[in-house]
Design a protein around this ligand. Structure first.
Ligand SMILES: [Zn+2]
Length: 552
C-alpha cells in the first residue's frame, strides 16, 4: 500500500515536471524580423514566380521554395514523409457565346456577354446549350430553416434558370434580427446561391449584381469572363451541377423585369419580406457555352512540429500560397498578377511563424501544423480538399488560425477580428493584444462576408473553431481615418490586379511583424494548454462541432 502511494507520488512528480512548459509571452518573439519576412515576400511576389497559379511553372517554383524553407527550418514533413498533399482538380475552361437571347411576348432582344452578364459552368460536358429556357425570379434564392425562410417553397426549378438577388434579407433592412442584419451570413454569398440552385435541380442560376450588396464592383465578376476556373475533381461522387451559373448587372436585370412586365421596385421589396413567392418571368433565355475540361493535380504544402505531451492534438495555421497567375494586361501593360499582399505576404508570414516556433527551446505540448493551401483563389479548393481529407483528425484539431494578407501599412493600434463573436479564439487574441497595449476591433466592412472568403471557412464548415484576422484601421501615428482610407485604396487599386506588387515605397512591414507575434502567441498558448476553445453561442458552426461523433 505504502509503496503504491510512493509510486504514485513519483508519477505525479514526473508528470508535473513534464508540464514545465508554461506559457511565457516573450518566448520566441525575438525570432520575428522585418528583414526575414521581407526576404520571403520579395521572392514569392517576384515576377519569377509568375503569380503562383496552380498547374503552372509558378506552382512548381512555389512548392520547391516552401519545401526548401521548411526543410531548412527542420520542420517535419506533415504528410507522412512528404511535405505535399495531392489535391486532384479539374480545370474547366468555359467559352460563352458572345450574346444571350431573351424572348418575351413582345419580341426578343439580346444581352451582351461581359457587359451585361458573365456566365460559366461547373459541368465538364463539351457543349452546353440552353434553348428557350424559362426564367424565374426566386428572391434571394435562400433556404434557411433556422430563419424560417424558403425562397424555393413550392417552386419547381427543373429545366429553369433562376434569377436571384445577392446578399441576404437582413442587408439594408435596418433590422438586426432579420438574418444578421447588415452582417452577411453564408446565405448571402454567391457560392451559396450556386450550391442551393444545384440542390434544387435548377438548370441555371444568375445572380443580380449590386456594388454595395456584393461588396465589390462588377469588374471583379468580369474577370471571370471566358477564363479557366478550377474545381475539385468530383468524378468519384458525381454531384449535380447547374448547366450555367453567373451574374447579370443591375441594369440588365431591370431590363429583364421591364420586358417581362414585372414591377422591379415592388418585386424586389416584396422579396425582402418573409412569405415572398417566386415569380415566373415569362421570358425564355437562349445561349451556349463550349467547355474544355482537363484534369490535373495541385498540392497543399504541410509541415509539422510534433507536440511533446499531447502530440495527437493539433493547432493548424493555414495560409494560401496560390494567386491568379498571368492574365489580362492592366493599363500599364503588366500581365503578372503577383499577389504580393494576396497572399505572398501570408505565406511569408507563415514561414516566420514556423521559424519562431522552432526557436522556442521547449517543444510545444500539442502539435503545431503549418498548412499552405492551393487554389484559394478558385473558391478555397485546397482547404476544402484538406477538410474533406484531413491528415489529422478534425475532432483532434483544437483550432485553426488563418492568414490571408498581412498588414502592409506600418504599426496599428488595433488588429481586426473578422467574424467577431464566432469563437473563443478571439478572447485569446484579445488578451495577447491587451498585453502589448493593443486591442482588437470588429471588421470595418461586415457586409462583405469576409468570414466566408478565406481558408479558415473550410475548417469552420467542419466545426473546427477558426480565427481569421485582418489589418487594423487605427494607425499608430495617423489614426483611424487613415487606416480606413488605406484599405479602401487597396480594394480600388490593388485587389486582384497586376498592381498588387511588393513595393518598398508603399509597404511598411513593422505592423505585420507585430500582428504575427500576436497570432504566434495565440497558437503558442493553445499549444501549451489542455483547453478546447469553442464556438460561441449563436455561431452557425457551433452545432457542427457539438454534433461531431467524436467530439472532444
Ligand atoms: Zn487571399
Amino acid at each position: 500500500m505504502k509503496q503504491s502511494i510512493f509510486l504514485l507520488l513519483i508519477f505525479l512528480t514526473v508528470s508535473c515536471s513534464k508540464k514545465d512548459n508554461v506559457f511565457t509571452r516573450e518566448d520566441g518573439l525575438s525570432s520575428f524580423s522585418v528583414s526575414g519576412l521581407e526576404q520571403h515576400l520579395k521572392t514569392l511576389a517576384s515576377d519569377d514566380f509568375m503569380g503562383r497559379m496552380p498547374f503552372t511553372e509558378g506552382e512548381k517554383k512555389t512548392l520547391a521554395y516552401l519545401e526548401e524553407q521548411l526543410n531548412q527550418l527542420s520542420i517535419e514533413p506533415g504528410n507522412g514523409t512528404s511535405y505535399l498533399q495531392e489535391v486532384p482538380l479539374v480545370k474547366i475552361t468555359a467559352t460563352a457565346a458572345p450574346t444571350m437571347t431573351i424572348t418575351s411576348k413582345k419580341g426578343s432582344f439580346t444581352l451582351d456577354g461581359l457587359k451585361d452578364y458573365v456566365i460559366w459552368t461547373e459541368r465538364t460536358d463539351e457543349k452546353i446549350e440552353l434553348r428557350d429556357v424559362d426564367l424565374v425570379f426566386a428572391g434571394f434564392g435562400i433556404v434557411a430553416p433556422e430563419y424560417n425562410w424558403n425562397d424555393y417553397e413550392g417552386l419547381d426549378v427543373k429545366d429553369k434558370v433562376v434569377l436571384v438577388m445577392v446578399n441576404d434579407p437582413g442587408f439594408g433592412s435596418g433590422d438586426s434580427t432579420l438574418f444578421k442584419g447588415n452582417t452577411m451570413t453564408y446565405y448571402g454569398r454567391w457560392t451559396y446561391k450556386f450550391e442551393e440552385a444545384a440542390r434544387q435541380g435548377a438548370k441555371g442560376v444568375l445572380i443580380i449584381h449590386d456594388d454595395v450588396a456584393a461588396g465589390y464592383g462588377f469588374w471583379v465578376v468580369q474577370n471571370n469572363w471566358n477564363t479557366s476556373r478550377l474545381y475539385l475533381d468530383r468524378r468519384a461522387t458525381n454531384p449535380y451541377f447547374c448547366e450555367m451559373v453567373g451574374w447579370v448587372t443591375n441594369p440588365a436585370a431591370k431590363k429583364l423585369f421591364e420586358s417581362a412586365g414585372v414591377d422591379w421596385a415592388a418585386t424586389v421589396s416584396a422579396a425582402r419580406k418573409p412569405g415572398f413567392k417566386a415569380i415566373p418571368m415569362n421570358l425564355k433565355l437562349s445561349t451556349t457555352l463550349s467547355v474544355q475540361a482537363t484534369y490535373d493535380k495541385s498540392y497543399n504544402v504541410i509541415g509539422k512540429i510534433t507536440g511533446a505531451q499531447q502530440p495527437d492534438e493539433y493547432i493548424i495555421y493555414s495560409t494560401h500560397w496560390d494567386h491568379l497567375g498571368i492574365g489580362k494586361a492592366d493599363e500599364r501593360g503588366d500581365t503578372i498578377y503577383n499577389g504580393a499582399l494576396d497572399n505572398a505576404s501570408g505565406t511569408a508570414g507563415m514561414l516566420e511563424l514556423a521559424k519562431a516556433f522552432k526557436s522556442v527551446k521547449n517543444k510545444p505540448s500539442r502539435s503545431i501544423v503549418f498548412l499552405f493551401v492551393t487554389a484559394e483563389e478558385q473558391n478555397l479548393l485546397g482547404s476544402a480538399h484538406y477538410a474533406a481529407n484531413p491528415i489529422y483528425p478534425i475532432e483532434k484539431t483544437v483550432a485553426n488560425i488563418n492568414i490571408d494578407g498581412i498588414n502592409p501599412y506600418g504599426k496599428m493600434n488595433d488588429i481586426v477580428v473578422v467574424g467577431i463573436g464566432q469563437s473563443d479564439l478571439e478572447d485569446y487574441l484579445n488578451e495577447e493584444a491587451k498585453a502589448v497595449g493593443r486591442y482588437t476591433s470588429p471588421e470595418p466592412n461586415p457586409v462583405a462576408g469576409y468570414y466566408f472568403r478565406s481558408d479558415h471557412f473550410s475548417f469552420a464548415k467542419v466545426g473546427v473553431p477558426a480565427l481569421y484576422t485582418g489589418t487594423g484601421i487605427n494607425h499608430f501615428e495617423k489614426g483611424t481615418d487613415y487606416g480606413k482610407q488605406l484599405q479602401d485604396e487597396y480594394v480600388a487599386k490593388y485587389y486582384h490586379k497586376p498592381s498588387d506588387e511588393y513595393d518598398t515605397s508603399r509597404w511598411n512591414l513593422e505592423g505585420a511583424v507585430e500582428d504575427l507575434k500576436l497570432l504566434f502567441n495565440v497558437g503558442k498558448r493553445l499549444s501549451l494548454e489542455n483547453t478546447w476553445p469553442w464556438w460561441k453561442l449563436g455561431s452557425e458552426f457551433r452545432a457542427i462541432r457539438e454534433n461531431h461523433p467524436k467530439q472532444p
